[in-house]
Design a protein around this ligand. Sequence first.
Ligand SMILES: [Zn+2]
Length: 462
Amino acid sequence: MLTPSPTEWPDRPDWAELLDNLQKSETLAAIVIAAWHIGLYVARTLVEQQLNDRAQQPTSWGQCPVCGHRLHSKGFVPRQILTLVGPVSWRRRVGRCPQGCRGSQSAPFDQVLGIEAYQQSSLELVRVGCLLAIFVPFEWAAWLLSQLTGIRVSDDSLWQWVQRYGQVAMNRWEADVESWQQGQSPVVETLPDELAAMPLLIAADGVKVPLRPQRGTPAGKTVWREVKVAVLARLSQRVNRKGKPVTRLKRRRLVAVLGDLPMFRPRLQLEALRQGVETAAQVVWLSDGARGFWGLFQTCFAHLATGILDFYHAAAYLWQAADAYHDGNPARTPQMWFERLRHQLRHGYVHRILDELRWLSRSPNTAADTKPILKRVHDYFDKHRAHVQYQKFKKQGFPLGSGMVESACKWLIQQRFKGVGMRWSEPGLNRLLHLRVAWINQRFDSLFSQKSLGLPLISPNR
Ligand SMILES: [Zn+2]
């Protein structure tokens, strides 16, 4: 039985020094820091005691992977690893093939502990490092880690952790999509009844990110590529104290892909299934005019979702018509006409807009080079007629604009990937992006271990 009482370590000089520091501290802050160091020391000592004790247990030796002989113990060998409470070391048995086969060395206790042969940092530490790195640049993450935990790791180590676990996140998406495409039903996320009753919003957008033009060198002109982002969320509609309706996104999930639509589509479909697209009472699709996204809507969601064309995007289209049309009538400047059209659009009179555009695009009084513009805008609204019924959408409590989606994209992409002077390699961006998405989607911790890490970390707040 363990009792980490200070009296057990009376003759350790480092322990005496820690106690001495505590006694010499004057301010509250200094006392807390001194006590914190004692806490970490106690934690390290406990971990080392546990490991050394457990390593004494009889070891069951497996067979040599090369020749099949039972391995023999070569005695206790020291092992060290950096943890969240600092470096800890212990001794455990290491075995080898009696025939001396290469690669037969084995430490069964390491396997019990879930650590690998050359692993230098423990997973709870790696997880915290990755968590910091998805919010701030690697250098700052390393600095913050040392401020928060007292543990120094290089920004290069952090970068490597992110590469490794970002890759785990990427592989998981690929495996999940593959097993779904092979006919395995995705696991639908469980929702409390209150959330399950809310409409499911699916919205797609694209954000450009700066990439390096060549692998391995920062030289050359920045290449901008699009990350396709989808937000899936439950729409919570409430009335605030002033009686105004407020819409909030709940149970937000993101899909993000640095790549094309064929890559984006299956992931979005899979995530939609996980979010209960087939059982939701209402499904709303929201997107701006990008043709690819509407094609995706038509093929994947049109049969079960209400499609909404972003209002601001639709209004910008109307402006193209208004701006092109000049008949010299001072009572109908482009600005005045646009405002009337936009008002009609917002309040459910799309048919009038269509009539007017059709009539003007055929009128002999319209300039020849304006006609095709008016026709194009007419055809666009005609095609999207069902997606611009804003009066109706408003009554249903649906959002008319993709503002919420854009802010999610900004927050996902801009905040971390578009800092001053930042340029990414494609794999580097992809891995960090996947880690960030995993965190948002509440699938972060499972990337590090199949077994529970015992999280959340204990907070002494009450
Ligand atoms: Zn052997």
